[in-house]
Design a protein around this ligand. Structure first.
Ligand code: INI
Length: 157
């Protein structure tokens, strides 16, 4: 039988930073609520979470890097909403935000969760921010909790 190592969903004592972009704040505020709700439901303390706000999703990677290398956090959760418009601007912002977050995630020692929406329409964004399709901020925070505990379990081996 294989030995399976995985993280549990206890957030007690874990220190989280959230990097939240303000652009499309009517969506990202819902994602933030979802993330804090997940941390609370996992036994963590939402009041201990530090939220760093950026103007847009393009700025998330730089702030993520600083938070993730500060030594103050066990995980960082990124939250944003890049909604497709009539111009190619969306492609650049969405690509740079997601590539930048992935690049930092692969370079730092703590888990990074991706809660940035890149929908085609505002309706699709609303669906993923606490309505029909759940709340991607909640999902990202759950991943962060699990990954913190997986990393701890690996370190303890
Ligand atoms: N930023 C977003 O977070 N979402 C968007 O949908 C968006 N659009 O569509 O323009 C957006 N643009 C701003 C960008 O992230 C930067 O803040 C800006 O370019 C200044 O660097």
């Amino acid at each position: 039988m294989a030995r399976i190592v995985e993280g549990n969903l206890s957030a007690a004592g874990l220190r989280f930073a959230i990097v939240q972009s303000r652009f499309n704040a009517f969506i990202t505020d819902r994602l933030l609520e979802g993330a804090l709700d997940a941390i609370k439901r996992c036994g963590g303390d939402p009041d201990a979470v530090v939220v760093y706000r950026t103007p847009g999703a393009f700025e998330i990677p730089a702030v993520l890097r600083r938070a993730a290398t500060s030594g103050k956090f066990d995980a960082v959760i990124c939250i944003g909403a890049v909604i497709r418009g009539a111009t190619p601007h969306f492609e650049y912002v969405a690509a740079e935000a997601s590539k930048g977050i992935a690049a930092v995630a692969s370079q730092v020692d703590i888990p990074v969760a991706f809660g940035v929406l890149t929908p085609d329409t505002i309706e699709q964004a609303i669906e993923r921010a606490g309505t029909k399709a759940g709340n991607k901020g909640f999902d990202a925070a759950m991943s962060a909790v699990e990954m913190c505990n997986l990393v701890r379990a690996m370190d303890a081996e």
